[in-house]
Design a protein around this ligand. Structure first.
Ligand code: CO
Ligand code: ZN
Length: 336
């Protein structure tokens, strides 16, 4: 393993997390990632769906590393005569948590979500919420935004001890881990890093990327939930206890040989890890492993509290463990 002791550049994580990139409108984040990784790959292309594909040539196994770059958000459905907007959700957004959250459009315009006067808390539904972008009337609003424009939640990146809080750590931290690994890795294997689109609306970009790349094995990097907060749903994953090796989620069951490969590699290099059994959701490997005749795929997960909130929380020790394990996997012998 080369340069395993290097610390990741967290200013890059900050830039990635703050970039705009809701599902279906990933151009901004894609351009930022492309500018950073250009010097480290042999080819860099964008496919027809918008996935960013970086290839590092090699003569060994063909390994695909998938990290989704899209984030959740809201999309405008209607603009009323007073300039207030109605919207729908893009990806897994909890409606009950929306009132008085700030959102930002691609053009930089900020708005706030609020609600009609409600008689009882159970009246809080998407149809009763609106978005106020500060427009005086419909005409003014229509000069700023259009039907179908998306906005993302705002939330600056802050460090709190070893923890890091920000919007969109799902999954900019996954992109960050992949980029840090790409910078350090030295291997005979052929690596294809796919920064995928539209994961939050159904693992869509990963599906076409995996078909085109047809790898021998794939590793997705994404966030996962934890069970370590007061009266949380029982789950063994804890913040700060290391990178999580996925065993199960609702999109896939990890093949035993992949779990074995990841576990023995973590043991060999003394990288802290934990097993993840996630009872909700899925990620890119769910689509990848069902591609063509089947592709062996696993997932390295970053334990994350408050996923899909403006203050998702991770621990830098887990990020470092994820980078170290990914580099070790990509550099090591692969006998699957
Ligand atoms: Co997500
Ligand atoms: Zn994700």
């Amino acid at each position: 393993m080369s340069n395993a002791q290097n610390l990741p550049d967290y200013t890059l994580l900050e830039r990635l997390s703050q970039a705009y990139g809701p599902s279906g409108a990933e151009k901004g984040i894609s351009e930022k990632i492309a500018a950073v990784i250009q010097p480290y790959c042999d080819s860099l292309t964008q496919d027809k769906l918008g996935n960013l594909i970086a290839i590092r040539k090699g003569s060994g196994k063909k390994i695909m590393i998938a990290t989704h770059m899209d984030e959740i958000g809201v999309m405008i459905t209607h603009i009323d005569e007073n300039g207030f907007l109605r919207f729908t959700t893009v990806g897994g957004v909890h409606v009950a948590e929306l009132p008085h959250r700030r959102v930002q459009f691609q053009n930089g315009r900020t708005g706030i979500i609020s609600m009609e006067k409600l008689d009882k808390p159970s009246d809080l539904k998407l149809s009763r919420l609106y978005l106020d972008i500060g427009a005086a009337n419909q005409e003014e609003a229509e000069q700023i935004v259009q039907i179908g424009d998306s906005a993302v939640f705002t939330g600056e990146l802050v460090h709190s001890g070893s923890r890091i809080l920000s919007k969109a750590l799902d999954n900019r931290v996954g992109c960050f881990v992949a980029i840090e690994a790409l910078k350090r890795v030295q291997t005979e294997h052929e690596l294809s890093f796919a920064f995928t689109v539209q994961e939050e609306v159904g693992l869509r970009g990963a599906q076409t990327a995996a078909f085109a790349l047809d790898p021998d094995v794939a590793i997705a990097v994404d966030v996962t939930l934890t069970g370590d907060t007061p009266k949380a749903h029982p789950m063994e994953v804890k913040l700060g206890n290391g990178v999580a090796i996925k065993v199960f989620d609702h999109s896939m069951i990890t093949p035993p040989q992949i779990k074995q490969w990841m576990t023995t590699t973590a043991e060999k290099y003394k990288i802290p890890y934990q097993f993840e059994v996630l009872e909700f959701g899925g990620t890119d490997s769910g689509a990848i492993h069902l591609t063509k005749g089947g592709i062996p795929a696993g997932v390295l997960s970053i334990p994350t509290r408050y996923v899909h909130s403006p203050s998702e929380m991770i621990d830098s020790k887990d990020v470092e463990a994820a980078v170290n394990l990914l580099v070790a996997l990509l550099e090591g012998p692969i006998n699957l």
